[in-house]
Design a binder for this molecule. Sequence first.
Ligand SMILES: Cc1cc2nc3c(=O)[nH]c(=O)nc-3n(C[C@H](O)[C@H](O)[C@H](O)COP(=O)(O)O)c2cc1C
Length: 210
Amino acid sequence: MDVADLRVAYRFGELADGGLADGWLTLARTWIEEAIAARLPEPNAIVLATIDADGAPATRTVLCKAIDERGIVFYTGTRSNKGQELAAHPVAAVTFPLIGMERQIHLRGPVERVSAEETLEYWNHRPRGSQLGAWASHQSAPIATREDLEAQLVEVTARFADVDPIPVPPHWGGYLLRPRLIEFWQGRADRLHDRLRIHPPDPTVIRLQP
Ligand SMILES: Cc1cc2nc3c(=O)[nH]c(=O)nc-3n(C[C@H](O)[C@H](O)[C@H](O)COP(=O)(O)O)c2cc1C
């Protein structure tokens, strides 16, 4: 296997100059809906970049759980590496890698915590097992063995045995990225891809060379 020989011609679609005429949110939703319809795995997965304590970028995948006029929302452990990084530097960049559609959506901007009410509403939609898992895990902290992790789950499962609904852990919640830059990328033939960028709230659409 030689990765240098991996080459795909992108021919799925195009992004016309007027592609953002109905606004970024409409196009983003359309692309995500098309990815769902095409049965792409995890079509709401985003690669989230934060700034670490040394000023270096750090990335990982999370799931986008809301996309609306404000921007995009994801949920995670607030004590995690990313939680600490966002507390120190409340800015982020995210990319939806919709590779199966030969597309990506990229957003950057300031990040803030979502309200306790919004977090609770989403939390209540989560299966009980996921809720217990969130309580059981000190996300991003080292742990000696898998067995120790499972023991923590046994402990919280017992603790919440008679508790329904399970409350939101104090170390867990939602984050909202309010985009100041959004770019849509559509793969085209011969690497002459389409890129349209906007800087909300300015509606001016900028086409970038691929
Ligand atoms: C497909 C996929 C979806 C994920 N979704 C989430 C998520 O929604 N929230 C989360 O905290 N971690 C999620 N993770 C795990 C993160 O990538 C990461 O390992 C974890 O959040 C710890 O990151 P950190 O140490 O940089 O804070 C997901 C991973 C994958 C591969």
